[in-house]
Design a protein around this ligand. Structure first.
Ligand SMILES: [Mg+2]
Length: 176
């Protein structure tokens, strides 16, 4: 059961993932969560660093696709100036959105990675799709009540995971 929540890697933030490291792992496309993984409420258009990262991935031929549980209206508004394709209403922790992205990209599960800030949605959905995962630290702590409840369970799970898997640690580079 705990394997369901176990991320493959843990990076502080998505921009630490380089095209070279991704390619070395056989990753051909990146699926990413939206909220608190690439954008935060205090910076809804994305940081300069994020924009540079997207450009770097795209010029390296690695597509980045947003897989979000939010509505199409909300996600399309959010990604408008990032120029990223997206899957909305992904139904994470179910595998629906990831399967859709996989089909659209024409790639196998082993050629994808899912990046997200939540074990309970992003990591579980990807693990059940046999897609490797990168857990990132949430960009910002939010006060939304549902997020706070989720964070409580996230912290609980995180403690158990780290106890059971001492090899898991926050890294600066994927292949460190
Ligand atoms: Mg998130």
């Amino acid at each position: 059961m705990f394997l369901d929540y176990k991320p493959t890697w843990m990076l502080s933030k998505i921009t630490q993932l380089t095209p070279e490291d991704a390619k070395q792992q056989g990753i051909k496309a990146i699926l990413t969560d939206l909220d608190n993984t690439i954008i935060a409420w205090d910076n809804p258009t994305g940081t300069r660093q994020l924009h540079d990262w997207i450009t770097k991935m795209q010029t390296s031929g690695i597509p980045v696709v947003v897989v979000s549980n939010n509505s199409a209206a909300r996600v399309s508004r959010a990604v408008a100036n990032l120029g990223l394709p997206f899957i909305s209403r992904a139904l994470k922790p179910l595998t629906f959105g990831i399967r859709q992205a996989k089909k659209r990209l024409g790639l196998t599960s082993g050629e994808l990675v899912m990046v997200g800030d939540q074990l309970l949605t992003d990591v579980i959905a990807a693990n059940h799709s046999h897609v490797r995962t990168i857990l990132v630290q949430p960009l910002i702590e939010t006060d939304a009540w549902n997020t706070r409840i989720n964070r409580f369970f996230e912290k609980f799970l995180m403690r158990r995971l780290l106890r059971r898997h001492p090899e898991l640690r926050w890294k600066e580079r994927l292949n460190d």
